[in-house]
Design a binder for this molecule. Sequence first.
Ligand code: 0O2
Length: 217
Amino acid sequence: MQEIKSLDITKEEMEYLLLKYKSALKTLETHLNILISDYEFKNKYMPVEHVKSRIKTFESAINKLKRKNYPVNIENIEKYINDMVGIRIVCSFLDDVYKIKNLIKNSKFINVIDEKDYIKNPKGTGYSSYHLLVNVPVYLSDGLHLIEAEIQIRTIAMDFWASLDHKIQYKFEQKIPKDIVSEMYNCSVDINNLDNKMLELNEEVQHFLHTDTNEKE
Ligand code: 0O2
């Protein structure tokens, strides 16, 4: 709390910044829900298990600025913390992640400004996920504001690993013992194998259902 005070920002300014972030989150959530429902209707298939969203706390933004060696001030939060608004889309199978990613990229409403495929190129920790950095249009009384947001798309298996990894990181405040880091990496390899196995099984099931229907006709 002390550090938030040192940001030299009035309560009113902070509330207005939060209002912009909350508006961007609502807009993005609504648009994503529409896109996903439309996909389900047209394909008679729901690739998404659940969607989670959050506004990053100012404490967490300050810690991130420090980790990246930027001076801690409100301008740098707006400039360098591009995931103040965050949405996580958790999918069933590996190929669903790419279906959802393409759905968002083809949307006229959401402007994708950057993307990172941590599934094809996992981070050193073993972290796997697909990240899209987007601009969300928010219309306020003084006109259009483009607010950056991060969309993380991953399978339930990847989400299981990342959630537990996040808890471990939090407990050790980033100073995780080396053997735990290495065990977590090994677990991420197991998770990746499981995801591939589940994808194979699903393809087999689809093939079986398809040939079964064709034989009946
Ligand atoms: P939190 O608490 O989840 O919000 P960059 O400047 O682009 O290299 P940046 O902005 O950190 O760095 O982007 P990156 O690497 O794409 O990661 C952004 C988010 O991905 C993180 O946000 C985490 O949510 C998640 N992430 C990245 N690496 C890991 C990891 O090893 N384990 C887990 N559990 N999550 C990870 P924050 O702000 O760091 O954290």
